[in-house]
Design a protein around this ligand. Structure first.
Ligand code: LLP
Length: 419
């Protein structure tokens, strides 16, 4: 459910007509609906209202401060993967005690900063990381609370580039190898073993892989406890999918049923790291048609947004529904078109052979479900400016990230004095 819809033939975010935003900020831009963000958070959190659970929004999916602050006000914590994300979460008002720190490559500097900020849990992914964290903590006379991220070797049945819980993946430690690492952790004075964590992949559209992973995890927690290794938190990661096109992912309440079934006997605090399911369908990217080009055997709709603004279609062959902000009149021909951007790469394609009413130059179109892994993955390839982000609430909207300027774009480059 989202709050984007047509009203009197014009696409709206809540009560704001998209063309009004385009007039104010130019195109392309991202637009988020705060009512949708709040709705998704409430549905997810209510599914766990009867158990001890903390929802730590995965900042990597959308790191806009206004998005983070929206969730923070609803009581969310944050799942972060870098010093930069810790800074964002803190700035959005999320306390260190509500932040979990994931990622395979934490540096000593990031660990030190995270310890200063009182991060609630480091999800440790390897033995060398554990040893470094111990050293850093001891050097600061602190103790780092940790979980070890285990890799349950489960096929999440999603795109290969976003599968993380199989043997071949760089993430986590297999359950067999994790046991000795827990024993080691328990012997280190800078480390306080607190929990177990897992994250098997993203955009999962069935419950079976979760169910498999969580049941393996339950057994693993029992193994640890039988060795008197105390675990009080179980971080189940993120991964619940959304509808981009025809997918019918399970609702959070059914996901919650699986979780509760597998964890009810453990008497353990649950942590979740959802990203996409909270923000994915709360954002769209709006772009203007520059040209409609008749190729030899294809029609190209050339938009002013490109792969540098929304990379998912070219990186993962991802489908994003494309809608016209004001639908073309009834007699407009419907054809198979390629919707592309201006970047000089054949891969700069948003949609190949998509059936749509052919738009005209200056028409606005939008890519739906662009709230997760959209703006955060943008870059400036072809020296294109990062595009603005707007947040709507009711009949108001605010720019929550400004369009980059050419001064900012060029300002970081320096000519060597010897040139
Ligand atoms: N926790 C960890 C440790 C993760 O690695 C991720 C996502 C999440 C939580 C959040 O997962 P979610 O609930 O959003 O599925 N750029 C890709 C997705 C990459 C996901 C990376 N990890 C895409 O656009 O599909």
């Amino acid at each position: 459910m989202d709050h984007f819809s047509y009203k009197n033939g014009v696409y709206h975010a809540e009560d704001v007509a998209i063309p009004d935003i385009a007039k104010a900020v130019g195109t392309p831009f991202y637009c988020y609906s705060s009512a949708t963000l709040e709705h998704h958070y409430k549905v997810f959190s209510q599914a766990f209202s009867d158990v001890d659970a903390k929802i730590c929004f995965a900042v990597k999916s959308n790191d806009n401060l206004a998005v983070l602050a929206t969730f923070a006000r609803l009581g969310a914590g944050a799942d972060v993967v870098s010093g930069g994300e810790i800074r964002r979460a803190r700035k959005a008002g999320i306390k260190g005690e509500n932040i979990v720190f994931s990622g395979v490559g934490k540096t000593a500097e990031e660990m030190s900063y995270a310890l200063d900020e009182g991060i609630s849990q480091f999800n440790v992914e390897s033995e060398p990381e554990l040893l470094l964290l111990n050293d850093v903590a001891i050097s600061k006379s602190k103790v780092a609370r940790i979980a070890i991220r285990v890799n349950p070797d489960v096929d999440p049945k999603t795109h290969a580039k976003i599968s993380t819980g199989q043997k071949e993946s760089k993430f986590g430690i297999s359950m067999v190898h994790a046991l000795p690492v827990y024993r080691l952790a328990n012997s280190l004075s800078g480390i306080d073993v607190q929990g177990v964590s897992v994250h098997i992949g993203s955009q999962l559209t069935t419950l079976e892989p979760f169910s498999q992973a969580f049941s393996r995890l339950r057994n693993f927690v029992n193994d640890l406890r039988s060795e008197d290794i105390i675990v009080t938190t179980l971080d189940l990661g993120g991964g619940l999918g959304i509808t981009y096109g025809k997918e019918q992912p399970p609702l959070p309440e059914f996901y919650a049923e699986i979780v509760k079934r597998e964890t009810k006997d453990l008497g353990i605090k649950l942590l979740f790291e959802p990203g996409r399911v909270l923000v994915g369908n709360a954002g769209i990217m709006v772009t203007k048609v520059i040209y409609v080009k008749q190729g030899e055997n294809r029609i190209f709709v050339i938009a002013d947004a490109a792969m540098n603004d929304l990379i998912r279609p070219t990186l993962y062959d991802a489908y994003h529904e494309i809608i016209s902000i004001i639908p073309p009149s009834g007699d407009t021909p419907t054809e198979l078109v390629d919707v592309v951007g201006p970047v000089c790469e054949t891969g700069d394609i948003f949609a190949e052979q998509r059936l749509m009413k052919i738009p005209k130059t200056d028409d606005l179109i939008a890519f739906r479900s662009a709230g997760a892994y959209g703006a955060v993955m943008a870059g400036t390839y072809n020296s294109r400016l990062l595009i603005p982000e707007v947040m709507v609430r009711g009949d108001k909207f605010s720019i929550v990230r400004e369009r980059q300027t050419y001064e900012e774009l060029l300002g970081r480059d320096k000519l060597p004095e010897w040139l």
